[in-house]
Write a protein that binds this ligand. Structure first.
Ligand code: ADP
Ligand code: ADP
Length: 542
């Protein structure tokens, strides 16, 4: 118990193991007498990218409402008018003083990218071009359209775009605005690694070249590491209170977050640390072959897109990570395995039962979570199901909610649970990390791994968060080629070979943090980058 809850903690997501000192002080804002309270604020800086790292539900959006001058902070005095002299006093001498003063004078304009890009079509009806032209206050649209590769969909109606396309359009629409302060709530969902890196580069350029303040919430740690100049850690108890720390260096901030212990705050935020293997794990998946497929070919239409797959074997009890850019044929391959598509060349003999979680989760029947999940499996509610699925995916707090009321991260967890609850030979999950925070990614990873092991099943997981792919996979299936034109897949291979192949296609190398062994993207052309490319070691230490 953290001291807030006397009974069993209802906020299973994060267990604060000692009571933070901040709780003795006044919060920045409290919604109601017994409602959520926020302590601390992030400090956007001109010319810099500031990151916030932390779980969902601890007040990041509340903090941004305050910084965007949409919510006047009440300093914990529920029901009173904000007293700006007091607020400015409270922040005198801190990184935030200048920002708050400018804000009080009405000198801060804000542009923001929403977290759930899937909802954009509900709010805007018209073509991509029309949406982007409305937002192009900086006259930079052509460049953004080119660099984010939006041209192929520029004349399509917004409601026909995929999640990845919407994400890039939303980024362009935000970055094209004329503002002092840009807030981007998650930039990576549905984007592949090169698209993630392009997004990061555009954000950095706007800070550096135009001296803007950028604030980014991001759960893909390899990208956050690359993107931010400093980060604030957010922690607390989802729904009860949230604390935003003063800024930390990106490297230390991420290391502390992963270790579960914040040094300056002397605060343990998690019982266990999250560790990465510096050396490639030996492939220990010795399970029986679930399916052996020969070389396959498939093209669509008049060969607008063609895929060729080298033959291979998929084994029981293993998690096969599937990596490669968007539009390269990963889903097509899955449909070939499932027998939902016939190959042009080759034949898949097995008729596998495949449980599939698509990339864009659309479960919006007017139905409660518990009713939905119990309609999928008789095991619903059994102690086995609870331990293997409900607990790691933190379903208890949302069981009684309607599917339509779930947040993106909640919907993702329900969709993963629904997929794993099916009786199948092969569980195929497309981007399970989308909208999950770091903690939830790690828990989902554990759930998927254990499930495959305990059920003599195979999980194939497509994801673009390299930390998640690393933690999750026993072997890798690597796709390469030219998106939307032609794709090629090699047979499943060991982690070292697979990572080397995948990252050499991308021309990216990772070094290791000397203290924690955590992988960090090298600066292109740096000495380490060149050395590692020469040695052919893109990811693991030799
Ligand atoms: P995050 O962005 O970190 O997910 P939010 O700032 O959206 O977190 O929300 C933090 C908490 O504040 C949540 O528990 C939410 O229920 C609560 N909250 C948000 N807005 C209001 C409001 N207007 N009134 C009462 N509680 C709110
Ligand atoms: P990925 O899963 O790697 O993102 P997909 O297998 O979904 O890639 O798609 C590969 C390419 O094939 C894309 O260019 C996509 O637009 C195209 N494609 C997918 N399904 C069809 C189809 N039914 N008809 C025509 N083209 C398709």
């Amino acid at each position: 118990s953290c001291g807030i809850c006397v009974e069993k903690c209802p906020f299973d997501a994060i267990q604060i193991l000692n009571l933070p000192q901040e709780l003795d002080q006044e919060p920045v804002h409290r919604y109601g007498e017994n409602s959520f309270a926020l302590y601390g604020l992030p400090a956007p800086q001109e010319g810099r990218v500031t990151g916030i790292l932390g779980p969902n539900g601890i007040g990041k959006t509340t903090a941004v409402h305050i910084l965007a001058d949409e919510l006047a902070p009440n300093l914990g005095q529920v029901g009173t008018e904000p007293n700006w002299d007091e607020i400015l006093d409270a922040y005198r001498g801190t990184e935030l003083q200048g920002y708050l003063e400018a804000m009080r004078e009405g000198n801060v304009t804000v542009a923001r990218k929403p977290q759930y890009v899937d909802q954009i079509p509900d709010q805007f009806d018209g073509s991509t071009r029309a949406l982007l032209e409305r937002t192009d206050e900086r006259d930079v649209l052509d460049e953004l359209v080119e660099r984010l590769n939006i041209a192929p969909v520029i004349d399509q109606n917004i409601d026909t775009l995929s999640g990845g396309e919407l994400q890039r359009v939303a980024l362009a629409a935000t970055l094209a605005r004329e503002a002092d302060f840009y807030f981007l709530d998650e930039i990576t969902p549905y984007l592949d690694i090169s698209q993630r890196m392009t997004a990061a580069r555009l954000i950095r350029e706007l800070a550096e070249d135009e001296n803007r303040s950028m604030l980014v919430v991001e759960h893909d740690l390899a990208i956050l590491d690359l993107l931010a100049d400093a980060i604030h850690i957010g922690y607390g108890q989802s729904g009860a209170f949230g604390i935003i720390t003063p800024p930390k260096s990106v490297k230390n901030g991420i290391n502390e977050y992963l270790s579960g212990y914040l040094e300056n705050e002397n605060m343990r935020i998690r019982e266990t640390d999250i560790e990465f293997e510096e050396h490639a794990p030996a492939s220990n998946s010795t399970g029986e072959t679930v399916v052996e497929y020969p070389s396959l070919e498939k093209s669509y239409g008049d060969g607008e897109f063609s895929l060729s797959v080298e033959g291979g074997k998929i084994r029981e009890n293993e998690v096969l990570g599937v990596v490669g850019p968007n539009g390269i044929g990963k889903s097509t391959f899955a449909k070939l395995l499932a027998g939902r598509l016939e190959p042009d060349v080759g034949e898949v003999n097995a008729r596998l039962d495949i449980a599939y979680k698509p990339q864009y989760v659309e479960i919006d029947q007017p139905m409660r979570v518990d009713a939905f999940l119990s309609s999928i499996t008789n095991e619903f509610g059994s102690s086995y199901w609870n331990t293997e699925i409900a607990q790691p995916l933190q379903l208890d707090p949302i069981m009684e909610q309607n599917l339509t009321d779930l947040s993106g991260g909640e919907r993702q967890r329900v969709a993963i649970a629904a997929c794993l609850s099916e009786d199948a030979d092969l569980y195929l999950l497309d981007e399970p990390s989308a909208h999950l925070d770091v903690e939830q990614r790690v828990r989902a990873t554990t759930a998927i791994r254990r499930y495959a092991e305990h059920n003599d099943a195979t999980a194939m997981v497509i994801d673009h968060d390299i930390y998640m792919v690393d933690l999750l996979s026993d072997r890798l299936l690597v796709f390469d080629g030219e998106p939307a034109v032609e794709g090629h897949a090699t047979p499943p291979q060991g982690m070292r070979e697979g990572m080397n192949e995948f990252l050499s296609n991308l021309d990216i190398t990772f070094r290791r943090d000397e203290r924690t062994g955590r992988p960090r993207i090298n600066k292109p052309g740096s000495q380490l980058d060149r050395e590692q490319k020469n040695a052919g070691e893109y990811y693991y230490s030799p």
